[in-house]
Structures are given as C-alpha cells and as structure tokens.
Unconditional design. Sequence first.
Length: 456
Amino acid sequence: MAAGAAAGLALVLPASYTAEAVAYLRVTVPIPADDNTDAYYAATQMAPLKVDAVMPVFTSEAVAQRVVDSLDLDSTAPKVARSLTAFHEDDAVTVRVSARAESADDARRIADEVVRQTDTELSELEGGSYPIEIVLMTSAALAEVERTPSLTAFVAAGLIAGLAFGYAWVLLRELMDNSVRGSEDVRNATRMPFLGGIPKAKALDNGVVDVVPELEEPLRDLRTNVSAALGRVPGRVLVVASPHAGDGRSTIAVGLARVLAALGQRVVVVEGDLRHPSLSLAFRCSSESAGLAHLLGGRAELDQVLVHTRVERLAFIPAGECPPNPSELLASTRMAALLETLAGTCTVIVDTPPVDRFTDAAVLARRADRVLMVACAGRTTAEELNDAIKAVERGGGSILGVALNRLPVGWRTKRPLGGTFGSGVREEPKPAEIGGEAGARQRSASTSSMSSPMPS
C-alpha cells in the first residue's frame, strides 16, 4: 500500500527530465612541416588546461540565451542557465553537459544545443584564431533521460517506509497490548488455573446438536480440566461468566454442556441472562416460550419450562421474557431452590450476563459451587479479567479457573496432565471445596417443592 501511494505521489508531483550530452575539446596547434611530434605534444598538454578555463562558459547566461534563440524556447536565459550543469574529470578533455527541462525531448535538445552554442560563444569571445574547438561527441539522444521525481526511487522509498512503519506499528502494539493471549498470560495475570482454550469458530450458528469439528477436542480438554477441578462428586452448579459481552461465554457454556452430556452425565443449561437471552437459537427452541423468568415469578412450573433437547441427557431452561427486576429474581429463594433441585440429579451450567455491566453474575456465583471465567483471547486485558474475578469474589463466588475463547486457528497447548491445562506438570485432581451458599446445600430432590423429571 505504501509503495502504491508513493508511486501515485510520484506521478502526481510535477516532473522534470535531465538529459546529458558529452562535449569534446579539440585543440588546434599550428604544425611546422619539420616538427609534427612536438606540435602534437603541445596540443595534448594544452587541452586539459583549457578545459578548466572554458567550463563556466557552458552554463553562462550568454550561452543560455543563444540556446533560447536557436531552439525558440518559451523560457528565459537565466532560467535555462540555472537548469544547466557541466562537469569534467581531471586530465580529461571531455565535458558532460546536463540540461533539465519539463519534457524529455526538450532536455535532449537543450543539452546538445548547449555544446554547439558554447563553441560559437568561445569563437566570438576569443576571435577566429582561438585554438579550442568544442564538438558534440555523444548526443543526449543516445543516453537515458532521468526523471525527477524518480518513479523507481519513490516506489522503493515507499516500500521501505511501509515496511518500517508496519514493523514499528506491530512492535508498538505488542508493547502496548495488555490483552491475554494464552495460558501463560492467564496464569501470570490472575494466578488462576488455565482450564482450556477454544479456537475461533461459529459455534452457535447451527445449533448445539451439531458437532463443530474444530471445537470438539478443545471442548473435551476443557471438560477434563473442569471435571478434575470440580471433583467427582455428582451434582454441581457451575456458573459461566465473562468480563464483557461477546467474549464467548455462551459458546463455551453450551459446548461444555454438550460434551459433558456425551460423557454420560445429566446436564441442565440454565439461561441466567434474563436481559439479553441468546441461547434459544443454539437449542433450536422458541424464544417466546415460558422460561426462567416465568418460573421465578411464580407463573410456571419447572416441568413447563424445562426443554429436553435432541442431545441425550441434556436439558435447557430458557430465559423467558425479560422481567423488570432480573437481579432480584436471580437473588430470590426460588432461584436457590431451583438450583438445589436441579443439582440433586444433574450437573447445572448457568449462563450469565457480562460482569462489567450487571451484578447478575456475582449474584448467581454466590449460589454456585464454582465459576468458570471466560475471556476473549487478544481482546480481554489482564486488568479487565482481574476486575471481573474480583467482582465475582466480592459477591461471594469462588473462581474455578479461566478459559480463553477465540484463540487463533491452529493454536494448541500441551495435552492436559492434571488440574492445570497444558502446564506440563502433573497435579492430582482434588475435589473442589464448595464455598458460598452452595457449601451448606444438601442436594436432595425430595426436599424441594419444584421437583420435576430430569434429563435421562
């Protein structure tokens, strides 16, 4: 792009052309009939000395005026004189005469004519007996004309400048970029376990029942690490949260639920984002059907809102219509009782609104066993991730670990060896200590009035 811009600039700027002709100084010395050798020697000695004497004549206004008159140029003698240069090497009898003009043809004509008119001017100045004769040795028509500004030079300069700017920009972005991009960034920034990475993919476009090949292995890795971190006690409530909207929280919640169900577990996904629900598309159910808001508001029963998906052992509770008081409903005793009932026989995964905008995630985190924090690779900064973790912990939640979404295609960590994904150090899985209100919960479906058939 920079090379193209430079080429365009070179074409737009006013151009001038420089042509070069070569003049030869011939010295004529009278030769006595009996001494040819001495005469020739005298001529060769005189020629280099005379060159220095005549050099100013080539670029004089007098010669320029003769050129203007001879070629009928639409210019003035001073302007033409300023466009002329003359150069000769030591001990040489040739002079290189350069002329600059607005066209290549004019530059050639002027350069050649300067040589001719210089000879005429010298003859008039010194008289007819002057021994120096200037002749055109090489016409400017035989040499290449130099264009200014040079298209090649501009393109090369533009290319170099573009490469330098691009490199500097990348370096500056790297120095200023505080986003998390991999497992080491997560661990260094948060001191939290890195549980998995999911590459970029259109995970929800075709629904949860369809397998997305590039996501399967990363999701299984995430399932292994989440299961190891939670322990093998059946019936857990896992809240999936993220700092911002669009981080991929719902993608990971749905994908994790599906691979857990594929392992033989009964799983219920609860759409805890009552403000901007989006999971109905993934589960291919009507967004206008009764859901969590109706259940918590006392307008529906559990069996009326529980949707059995086409994935075996996987059920879904949609958000329902957006209520005027979502935070209060999620903090209600009805929500606590619902999670207790579901966790009696199933693993519960709760999708939540973004932490940076609402308190709903922190409210739900207090009801859960653990919170899986999702960050967007290359977008979520270390500061934003830490702020989200602290907000959840202040609300009484306990962070299980961090998962990164939208990693570059082809990104893979080492295979998991234990509780820490890709760490390279084997850790024995330990049952997670349950904090918050979940620690006192004794999961028994028979103690709740919301009992309903679970996924089978």
